[in-house]
Write a protein that binds this ligand. Structure first.
Ligand SMILES: C[S@@+](CC[C@H](N)C(=O)[O-])C[C@H]1O[C@@H](n2cnc3c(N)ncnc32)[C@H](O)[C@@H]1O
Length: 207
């Protein structure tokens, strides 16, 4: 099945859209955050500085913060209504000392080179205008010995049933995109509805 154009704005700036998006997706994103936390534990991650590029309503950082109480997380997004929801959730979970959310562009990160031990990016590859520019920025701000964890929807058989999956990449298309970026040395893992791309000390990279 062919990829279709996004049927919603790239940046979730609209208050009603953001609230609807939060209500529809909070449970599934919670599970994604928990899955990524388990994955990080299995990789030996324990603590450090984390950047979540395009954090939305911050449920991934919240789950990561709960799993790694010594981690310090910055989430950036251009969608203020989602950041507002995220800040409320962070407060409700008592995680203000661990997570800060800021307005920022995933394609032009406001951080120095080699700033973060871990960079996370969930469900943006099929959303942003220039995913390769975003990937190169992610590579730039991650420490050479750091971890990069990217995940996105996979356009597979679910695309026949659920429209949003039609806007995503197939595993082959994702492989092509990542291969053109500065983090072409990572490894893929995938499930029926998603793919992960992992850069760590088991992949030959910047080190
Ligand atoms: C599908 S949501 C994913 C949000 C979050 N990562 C999650 O897993 O819940 C896509 C997010 O990307 C944000 N976004 C799109 N383009 C962006 C850009 N250039 N810079 C920062 N955020 C962007 C949107 O505002 C939205 O919050």
């Amino acid at each position: 099945m062919k990829q279709i154009d996004l049927f919603h704005p790239r940046v979730f700036r609209d208050q009603d859209w953001a609230e609807g998006y939060y209500k529809r997706n909070r449970k599934s994103i919670e599970k994604v955050g928990q899955r990524l936390a388990r994955l990080l534990k299995s990789m030996g991650f324990t603590e450090g500085t984390i950047l979540d590029v395009g954090c939305g309503f911050a449920t991934v950082p919240i789950e990561i913060a709960k799993a790694f109480p010594k981690a310090k997380i910055t989430g950036i997004d251009l969608g203020e209504p989602l950041l507002k929801i995220g800040r409320k959730l962070i407060k409700n979970n008592g995680l203000e000392n661990q997570i800060v959310l800021l307005n920022g562009d995933a394609q032009n990160l406001q951080y120095d080179d080699s700033s973060f031990d871990l960079v996370i990016n969930s469900f943006l590859i099929h959303i942003v205008e220039d995913p390769i520019q975003m990937l190169n920025e992610i590579e730039r701000v991650a420490k050479p010995e750091g971890i990069i964890l990217i995940t996105d929807l996979r356009r597979g058989f679910l695309a026949y049933i659920i429209k949003k999956f039609r806007t995503a990449h197939t595993l082959e298309e994702a492989t092509g995109l990542l291969g053109k970026s500065k983090i072409s040395y990572g490894r893929f893992a995938s499930g029926p509805f998603w793919w992960d791309y992992i850069v760590d000390n088991t992949t030959m990279g910047k080190l």
